[in-house]
Design a protein around this ligand. Sequence first.
Ligand code: RIB
Length: 308
Amino acid sequence: MVTVVGSFNMDLFIETERFAAPGEAVHGRNFRRAPGGKGANQACALARLGTPAAIIGAVGQDAFGDEMLANLKAAGVSVRGVVRRSDTPSGTAMIVLDAAGQNQIVVANGANDTLTAADIEQHRDLFMQSRAVVAQLETPIPSVEAALRLAREARLLTILNPAPFRPVSDALLHLCDWIIPNENEATKLSGVEVRDIPTAARAAVVIKLRSACPRVLVTLGANGVWLDTPEFTGHLPGFKVEAVDTVGAGDTFIGAFVTQLVDGVEPRRAARFGCAAAAIAVTRRGAQASIPTRHEVEAWLKQPGPTV
Ligand code: RIB
């Protein structure tokens, strides 16, 4: 099993031709809502891709909270580590998608912000049954640190997706076996502006030096990933697809990549599987709704497909 410590958000989508400039109103269409949140998306991806998963997080005692928990349960994720707050609404994300499939997201963290180190401690038993723990930065830093510490004590694989970026201590990064930022997060963690493969490589080296973490993977969107590990260091290209919605693609990558790691697959192959899962996800709408099954990814990888 893999335990995810992370967020739940109800994603509220509007599509538009182009994003509004500050102070401008533009026409939108196709309003819809769907369960999201980086933690919940990653837990959903793990389960859909065949790895038993549990999540520790917080939602409100409200209709969005009910719907998000029911959705994750239906995907096969254990939600007994989720606390309900009666005084704080569930997290909500306003997501605007433009005609090119790009997105702008504003998140009201709500109950996610109430997750404490004590909540993590209370679900210590989940860690004892797990092989890995995955955390992001959409819940408070003390909850992330508690999760990584407990996982270290239990000798589990620790994976940090530092998203969305917040300043974190070197001591917290030191608790990670894997750090998996996107270009933007890698830029902020390293101080090296990531614009291409050479700068991603430089940023990964700086992140490794500051964290003493042995394995860094920088996701590069459609351009694949940069891996810096003792097993393999280099670029792995992404797959060329027609993107309609990139929301949750990074979370799909993380879930897919971790399912492979806990199965003992070497990082390069695991990353290829992750890139394929994310490529399928961007051709569909929604965060959790777009995540493929393991069978779909395996079948897709057998087809000759162009890499970027
Ligand atoms: O990573 C995508 C997620 O980020 C969305 O589902 C949204 O909830 C935001 O947290």
